[in-house]
Write a protein that binds this ligand. Sequence first.
Ligand code: URA
Length: 317
Amino acid sequence: MPEDHSQPEAPTEPLDVETLDAGEVFAQAAALAQHLQQAGVQWLPQPNAEEVESLTMHFQSVTASPSEAAGNLATNQQPEVDQQPSSPASREIGTSPPRATETVSPPVDSSGNYLPVIDGPYSGSNLSDSQRSNYLAELADQVASCERCPQLTRNRNHTVFGEGSVQPRVVFFGEAPGADEDRTGRPFVGAAGQLLTKMIEACKFSREEVYILNTIKCRPPNNRNPELEERANCRDYYRRQLDTLRPEYIVCLGAVAAQELLQSKVSVGSLRGKFHRYHDSKVLVTYHPAYLLREPTRKAAAWQDLQLMLRDAQIDF
Ligand code: URA
C-alpha cells in the first residue's frame, strides 16, 4: 500500500491560545483584511459578534493582570479603539428608512467614555392605552405586508412584530426571530425565549407586563445575523414602537440589539454595567439568552446587569 502524502503534516506543536499575543493577532488580522481588500476582495465574512466578545474577554484576561481584568469587567467603560462611524437615522415618523451607509462618529468624552448618540425626548405625543394599541395594530399590519428585504420576505412564514403591555416599564430588545418565532409569529418562544421568560420573572415581571421585540421582524435564513441593510430597512418599525411605548428601561439582549439601538460598534462587554440612554429611556445592555445557553457561566454577569436596573427602579428582588 503506497503511503498517502496528500495530507499536510500536522503541526508539531499544538496551538497554545494562552501564549498568543492579542495585539499581534489583531494586527495580523487587520493586515490580512487590508491585503485582501487591496487584492480586490469585495466581501469579507462578518464576525459573529458573540464569539468576538468571548475572544476579546479571553484576551483581556490573558493579557491584563488579574486586577486589570477584573477592573475591565467591573467598569466596562472603554470604547473600542477602531470604532466605525455609526448612523444617526432619521427620527421622523413616516420618513423612509435611513440608508445603511449614512455615518457619524459616536461621541466620546474627555475620559474616553462612550456617550449615547440618541438623546432628547421621544418624538410625537404620549398616547393613551387605546391609542397605543390601535397604532401598534396598524403598524403590525404594515409590517406583515413589508417587502423591503427580498430574501427575508421570500423565506418567512410570519413576521414577528413584538408583543406585551402597551404601558411597559421595561422593554426587552432582541436580535431577530428564529425558527420557532417564524412559525408562531411571536418573539422569544423557543429555548432562548424560555430563558428570557425566566430572566423577566427574576425581575418580578410577567411576560405580559413587559414588551418584547427585535431589531428586525423577519427570520434571517439559517439564523444568521441580520445584515446592516436589513437592520436599516426595519429601523423605522422598532423606533415607532418605542416612540409609542416610551418605556422607563430598555434591556438590549446581545451585541446586535445593543449596537443597533445605540448606533454603536462597541462590544457588549464594554457597553454593559452602566446605563445608556435612548430618548427618555434608560438602556441596559446584557448578554443574549441564546449566548447564555451556550455560556452558562455568564449568567451571573447577566443577573448583575438586571440587578442594576432593579435597584434603579426600586424593585425588590
Ligand atoms: N432570539 C432573538 O433575538 N429574538 C427572538 O425573538 C428569538 C430568539
